[in-house]
Design a protein. Structure first.
Length: 237
């Protein structure tokens, strides 16, 4: 420290070189593109998971075996198939089966949405079954149809109950999305792999990417806790 203070121009040069040599700074535009794709596919997968998960949960609750059995199969398929395996299948097998070229972004989305649907279907089912049976009986007593009962009585309450679980699942989806780089979806990990192959600086690049993911997940986790607290206050009222 004393040596650098004696030569202030050298101190400025060291700091300047340190900042300019950081790959994450030099290639910041790629980092921003990558994290943008990561959030896009995570949000879309979460949206698909909510829609298909809720639909699967409703069908699973049907008393008709012909309806509930396929829904149960879909749920178990989503929960028990590893995301990486699903991604490979949707990317390399599905296009050959249907004879249509499907962009890697959407095949990766299918895999993430399938897994998310399976988990959220069970979350929705638990939320629906948590609603008191008396409320449903009262809805039928006043002449409501099953659809009206679900839309006006059951689902609004069930959704409030499962909001924290849905938000926690988004954090899981965000972390799982790191797998999409293996099918050439240009997310943050994809750009990290390319930079490592070009610059041969794996320690710096992967450490920087890890820091970005840790920071992002930490912020998401804090948001989840905030939403969970507000949801609890609303339920208590």
């Amino acid at each position: 420290m004393g040596v650098l203070s004696a030569f202030p121009h050298c101190q400025r040069e060291v700091v300047s070189l340190t900042m300019s040599d950081l790959v994450v700074i030099r290639y910041g535009h790629l980092v921003l593109k990558g994290i943008s794709v990561t959030f896009q596919i995570s949000l879309l997968a979460m949206l698909g998971g909510v829609v298909f998960g809720l639909l699967a949960a409703l069908l699973r609750l049907s008393k008709r075996k012909a309806i509930s059995a396929p829904a149960a199969t879909f749920i178990e398929l989503g929960r028990n198939t590893p995301a990486f395996v699903s991604m490979m299948w949707f990317t390399f097998v599905l296009p050959q089966v249907v004879g249509i070229r499907i962009p890697a972004f959407w095949t990766a989305w299918m895999a993430l949405a399938l897994q998310t649907s399976g988990y959220l279907a069970e979350v929705f089912r638990a939320g629906i079954e948590a609603i008191e049976r008396e409320q449903r009986l009262a809805a039928r007593a006043v002449g409501m149809t099953y659809a009206q009962e679900m839309r006006r009585i059951v689902l609004p309450q069930a959704l409030r109950v499962v909001i924290p679980d849905i938000m926690n699942q988004f954090v899981v989806v965000f972390k799982t999305s790191t797998l999409v780089s293996v099918v050439a979806v240009p997310d943050l990990m994809y750009h990290a792999h390319r930079l490592v192959s070009q610059l041969f600086k794996p320690t710096e690049i992967y450490t920087s990417v890890a820091a970005i993911y840790i920071l992002s997940v930490t912020v998401l986790a804090l948001l989840v806790r905030l939403i969970e607290r507000r949801a609890r206050r609303y339920l208590i009222r």
